[in-house]
Design a protein around this ligand. Sequence first.
Ligand code: PDD
Length: 286
Amino acid sequence: MTRTVYVNGEYLPETEAKVSIFDRGFLMADAVYEVTSVLDGKLIDFEGHAVRLKRSLDELQMAEPCSKDELLEIHRKLVELNGITEGLVYLQVTRGSDGDRDFVFPSADTKPTLVLFTQNKPGLADNPAAKKGAKIISIEDIRWGRRDIKTVQLLYPSMGKMMAKAAGCDDAWMIEDGYVTEGTSNNAYIVKNGKIITRPLSNDILHGITRKAVLRMAAEAQMEVEERLFTIDEAKEADEAFTTSASAFVMPVVEIDGVALGDGTPGPIATRLREIYLDESLKAAI
Ligand code: PDD
């Protein structure tokens, strides 16, 4: 089935959607994005994604393409037009194009490019991978220094994912100065003696929308949380580990660099947090 996508004010069949070859998103990765999950035909934490999008745009002095209400309407319309019950809405804003290539930003009145499309993912909530748990490898984090801005510079994370696949694993965690930063497309956590440990927010990691919700829900469930740096060696000795993201929610990690965590199956805290997250998020979905 041909998807209906959104490009700069128009809803079009995906085969007819076009963006200029001079678009700065294409030429310079001068673009930011958001991925919002859809469960039961409803958007999970739209507000959080809209707020982070505004922050990313502000950090790059990029104009807002439209209001938050208009964004919500576009998300909802695409979900409806494409009949999405479980899946994702991908949104990208670029600095647009003034018709040539130049390192200097185009004038402030250049219109940003706004593109959205849906991805149909039946079984997203009841994902069998979550029951098995993920195997990860560790790789050096060689990304730029503003990972808190959700830009489309995803070549290294994509390479990391391929390195993981080549090693027979599912994903990679990145290491900087000996400490775990985050996964290729998720935030990273370990659990030791019942305590959830995760890297504090800074420019070094993306400020995950799922992370924020999960940490709040963990606290509400009287789970102990400590935001501090941890090394990959500490992770290998953890009782359990997991990642969070809008595309996989809470995903248990069962192996790091070939070392099994606990008994090599998803741990109780990750499993419980996944249940709580799905349950609570569905109740608040719009
Ligand atoms: N990725 N860290 C990185 C590097 C990410 O790319 C993501 C999300 C996260 C988790 O953020 P959130 O909880 O807001 O999804 C952390 C999305 C899902 C993606 O690129 O597809």
